[in-house]
Design a protein around this ligand. Structure first.
Ligand code: RB5
Length: 152
């Protein structure tokens, strides 16, 4: 799987740990920064990584900031992105099965590295259930997005 990653300074350390784990699992990681612990703005990094997912150039995205909240808000403003902020293993599985999320957000100041790794493994490996009720709800999400998207 090709996975686009992004973080701000609040998620920089965990991003590097998750990146190393994904690479050791055989995934290809595109790292859109940040590249050091200096203060930066999370929307810039969410946008870079999510553009790759929305365009289909990357299969999934993983975003990390201090809480994961700013990253998830930014990601969900991008058409085609369904981002879940997840800090437990149950939600990691459920959001893949039910919401077919293509971006995962986490907060380095919320979750420890061990739990974060388990969350990522589950989220990456769990397929969408494909159940009609979930398909229908995702179509409704798309309809909301389309209603508020200005087409040139
Ligand atoms: C940065 O201090 C922090 O606000 C950011 O990492 C994130 O938690 C925002 O939602």
């Amino acid at each position: 799987m090709k996975i686009a990653m992004g973080s701000d300074h609040g998620g920089f350390r965990l991003k590097n740990e998750i990146k190393a784990m994904l690479e050791s699992m055989g995934h290809e990681v595109e790292d859109y920064g940040c590249t050091c612990a200096d203060s930066v703005d999370y929307p810039d990094y969410a946008l870079e990584a999510c553009e790759r997912v929305a365009s289909g150039d990357a299969d999934r995205g993983i975003l990390i900031c201090g809480t994961g909240i700013g990253m998830s808000i930014a990601a969900n403003k991008i058409p085609g992105i369904r981002c879940a902020l997840v800090h437990d293993m149950f939600s990691a599985k459920a959001t893949r099965e039910h919401n077919d999320t293509n971006v995962l957000a986490m907060g380095e100041r919320v979750v420890g590295p061990g739990l974060a790794q388990e969350i990522v493994k589950i989220w990456v490996e769990t397929p969408f259930s494909g159940e009609p009720r979930h398909e229908g709800r995702i179509r409704k999400l798309k309809a909301i997005e389309d209603r508020f998207t200005v087409h040139p």
